[in-house]
Design a protein around this ligand. Structure first.
Ligand SMILES: [Zn+2]
Ligand SMILES: [Zn+2]
Length: 409
């Protein structure tokens, strides 16, 4: 980890990871346990980018497009997902490592630069299929929809992920375990996801010839559009060539409307993480035969009996205009939310602190209280009738937190 002093060169190097500008010799390791947590290294530069993006948008538009409710919701999902990452401690890599150790049939040298490049390409190829499956298989879409739940398109949306993201996706990478050393996989899996953060923006328009090869904001805007022509398009991670090869590429055309075709109309992160699974199970229960009940789970989200696997376009909702979901709440409530959100972030960052001797119980308690607080914040943004009960809880937790801090020192 970097020291506490402001290390500009180090942070610039970290920022290079957004564009996959990484030195192979510095990121090659023999064992997966040696691979650093690269995702943590990009937090500071990414936060700076988020601030810059909002400044540019405000300067361009005069009327700021910043919406506290939407931004906080994106960050809340990030806390949810990171909490999962802390709890699971990379257990999702276990199957990969086991397969490699027992069955790998091609010995790619861990210290060869070729292995580094082959892994970069292999991980991105698998990501294309991961992502495509996430959209075309209903039970996978039930978790991936979280990423598409914002009606905005900004950098913070890149942080919106399902808690189960890694667990639903790791299977698709397992073929790589037959020839790619786990240390390379763990590094490039992170680089691949880090690259995908900066492409969530409307600030960058067209990147010329780079648009031919790389996934760019322009291509990814189409992926987040809910206009009919955007559905199930542009799945690429770093490279867009996979979409061009496999027939899922779509150029940006009409004005885009972002989000899910049916807006969930909520800022409650817990609800956004879970509501779709219930909707899918309800749809499955509504089917007459067992075959159709199961087909609802593994065929496309728009599938209905008698139709093709991904459903017919005429049954899909053609979103042509939309009033964004927004609820006005008093300024004091916004201040109240910002304060509590800052406390959640403070408590969340303590979870990473290795010096802080967190036993599991304490860690789990912190995670649960953060989830509860973020849910309460979501309910406040929604002006939900249930929010008073949750907010009484928050006051209790904050009070307790204050006491713990005092006794810790
Ligand atoms: Zn997607
Ligand atoms: Zn995205």
């Amino acid at each position: 980890m970097n020291g506490t002093s402001v290390d500009f060169v180090g942070q610039l190097k970290n920022a290079g990871k957004f564009l996959y500008i990484v030195n192979p010799s510095e990121t090659t390791f023999e064992f997966p346990q040696q691979v650093p947590d690269y995702q943590q290294q990009v937090w500071i530069p990414f936060f700076i980018l988020i601030v810059l993006e909002q400044l540019i948008l405000t300067a361009k538009d005069k009327k700021s497009s910043f919406r506290l409710n939407d931004q906080v919701t994106s960050f809340s999902h990030w806390v949810f997902q990171e909490s999962g990452r802390i709890l699971f401690r990379g257990a999702e890599y276990y199957a990969y490592i086991t397969i490699y150790e027992k069955y790998h049939w091609w010995n790619l040298q861990w210290d060869s630069v070729w292995t580094w490049y082959i892994t970069a390409l292999g991980v991105d190829f698998c990501y294309y299929w991961v992502h495509r499956s996430n959209h075309e298989v209903h039970f996978l879409w039930a978790h991936h929809q979280v990423h598409h739940s914002s009606e905005e398109f900004n950098l913070a949306v890149g942080l919106r992920q399902s808690v189960l993201q890694q667990w639903c996706n790791f299977v698709f990478y397992l073929p790589l375990a037959f020839f790619i050393p786990p240390s390379h996989f763990v590094a490039h899996h992170q680089f691949n996801l880090i690259y995908q953060l900066w492409i969530h923006t409307t600030v960058i328009d067209d990147l010329g010839p780079l648009e031919l090869i790389f996934n760019t904001p322009k291509h990814h805007r189409v992926h987040h559009g809910c206009n009919l022509y955007c559905l199930d398009k542009n799945y690429g991670g770093v490279l867009i060539i996979w979409d061009r090869l496999f027939g899922t590429f779509m150029r940006e055309k009409d004005e885009l409307i972002y989000g899910l075709v049916t807006s969930p109309r909520s800022f409650n992160p817990l609800y956004l993480q879970t509501f779709y699974a219930k909707a899918m199970i309800d749809k499955s229960n509504g089917m007459k035969s067992l075959t159709d009940k199961l087909a609802v789970l593994w065929k496309g989200p728009s599938w209905f009996p008698g139709g093709p696997r991904l459903g017919l376009d005429e049954y899909k909702i053609n979103v042509t205009s939309r009033q964004k979901y927004d609820v006005r709440i008093p300024t004091w409530q916004n201040v109240y939310i910002i304060l509590h959100f800052a406390i959640v972030l403070y408590k969340h960052f303590q979870l990473y602190d290795e010096k802080q001797d967190f036993n599991n119980f304490q860690g789990v308690t912190t995670i649960l209280s953060n989830i509860f607080t973020l849910t309460a914040i979501g309910l406040l943004f929604d002006k939900s009738q249930n929010q008073p009960y949750f907010n009484v809880y928050i006051l209790f937790v904050v009070d307790k937190n204050k006491d713990t801090k005092v006794s810790d020192h």
